[in-house]
Design a protein around this ligand. Sequence first.
Ligand code: NJP
Length: 260
Amino acid sequence: MTTTPDLNGKTAIITGASRGIGEETARYLASLGAHIILAARSKDRITAIADEIKAGGGAATAHPTDVSDNGAVKGLIQSAVDATGRLDILVNNAGLIDPIARIMDSDPDAWSKIVDVNIKGVYFGLRHAMPVMAGQDGGGTIINISSGAANSFLEGWSHYCASKAAVLRLTGVAHKEAHDKGVRVVGLSPGTVATEMQEQIRASGINPVSQIPWENHITPDWVAKAIAFLTTYGADKWLGTDFSLKIDEGREAIGMPLER
Ligand code: NJP
């Protein structure tokens, strides 16, 4: 059973924090004491969530960011350092799956946009956070949200499978390059989670994932717990690779019921 980390005095950036997994993670890490910087394109939404966290006694800042913009991500990382003097946790969570289409039907511009967000967005986060973490006492942890799609082939998901496979490789390379400098880099494959992304998958009607009964999806609070766990040394055996909530070992690590 996992121990819940004390994140008092820590600064955490969460991308894609306007809803779903990112929103839940922002709220949970704030409840553990971290100063949260919420990043997404929906300014009003992240501002409202930050205000709610502050009203509950937590520390939070909204920083509107499009992760496909290198300059914007650089500014996001710098804002954490300017506000709190450090950056302990980066959760590269922002991601897209829409539009879902078979390769022969796909729109090249829309496909490229997924690459910009799902791959380049994660790379920009690593690029700008790693030097900060490597240069500070205590290092830091970067969690890249991956997917079972990184290791599978799903019809209609060429953009998503390819981009999440790339994220898994980024996790491995970043770990290799910076672990000895105190930077912990780990991926998280959450399984299927009841969020807007699953609504988009369901609406597509393509491939078996779109047919999964809604009640079989896990709730985002389990993913938030997994992210908190991955900030601890108890998760070091997964550094450089994906921790998965689809397998018993991952579920056991965070005290989640096993899949039957
Ligand atoms: O998705 P959703 P989830 N710049 O659609 C943001 C992975 N995953 O929470 O910009 C900045 O509810 C968007 O904000 P906004 C998945 O691949 C999921 O389910 O305001 N942010 C929103 O906050 C993804 O990496 C499942 O529109 C951008 C967020 O991303 C992560 O989990 C399974 C942005 C998306 O919220 C979170 O997904 C799995 C940009 N350019 C992996 N574009 C699952 N749900 O079943 C989008 O294996 N966002």
